[in-house]
Write a protein that binds this ligand. Sequence first.
Ligand SMILES: Cc1ncc(COP(=O)(O)O)c(C=O)c1O
Length: 333
Amino acid sequence: MANPIESLPRVALAALPTPLQPLKRLSAALGGPEIWVKRDDLTGAGGGGNKVRKLEFLLADALAQKADVVVTGGAIQSNHVRQTAALCGALGLACEGVLNEPLPGRGPEYTVSGNVFLTRLADATVHVIPNTADTAEYMKRVAQGSRAAGKRPYVMPVGGSTPLGAVGYANAAMELCEQMDDFDTIVLATGSGGTQAGLLGGLALEGSEARVLGFSVGAPLERQRGKVLDILLGLAELLGVEVPEDAVIVDDQSVGPGYGVPTPEVKEALAMAASLEGLYLDPVYTGKSMAGLIRHARAGRFRAGEKVVFLHTGGLPGLFGYATELSAGAKKR
Ligand SMILES: Cc1ncc(COP(=O)(O)O)c(C=O)c1O
């Protein structure tokens, strides 16, 4: 069967394939599944991370529509906005990022360091709005303003999670199947839902029966499943595949008090990945999915020898927004 992804416009931005590496010391410490990591933190462009794969298709669409400015949004420490800003710069497009202020209680570096700093460095125009404001509504207003100024805006939803963006992860699933043909489960952090939907679409294209286990980073279980399903519906149509609804598996037990709030389990996951494998995770996304993987392994929820691929979706810059908070209580010599 012809690969339907090949007929879609795409700009080559990512350094692919990303490495697939065994996590032997972590696997031994957990004494259960055989854990591997798919290094999508190393997609290269814009500091790396999962959004680069989505942006290959979304920015090709923006260019096809002759857009000259991309409007998108997220939280103040948004990896998506940082990657979009950087890749827009590389393609000669302007970028307007709408960023929600954090809830009170974050350290002083949260609003200036990490992703927001890198977004500004890539010369994006940053609009900081209150946490309670409607990001999509504000993005619409920014687009209206730029239209009124004679520009051609392209509005990209939060997280780049549209069926077209998710195609980037269908492609990633196919890449993974090329690298390893007998993995059982992919573990990932699921937020706006496009990454999980994309993986499911790609596995369906491959005829693979591997499981995709998404750890929610904020939304309760049914709401998160709904987000993934919505995107999957459009993606399945785009790719001409069928994916059963029960393939969307979400666990919301790593969320803790809410989006962007690290729990003790997340701190342990960050420390285990760094000290056992030299692998840096972030407290908002990959820390939560690794905390979930560790919890499932300890509870015997993976078979002995089950091949589990942990998708490292990036996010390292966000760690620096938490330096004060996460250093409290750290080991001193
Ligand atoms: C580092 C990282 N991991 C995972 C995700 C979740 O991906 P998605 O929004 O496609 O569910 C994001 C989204 O912003 C992210 O920045």
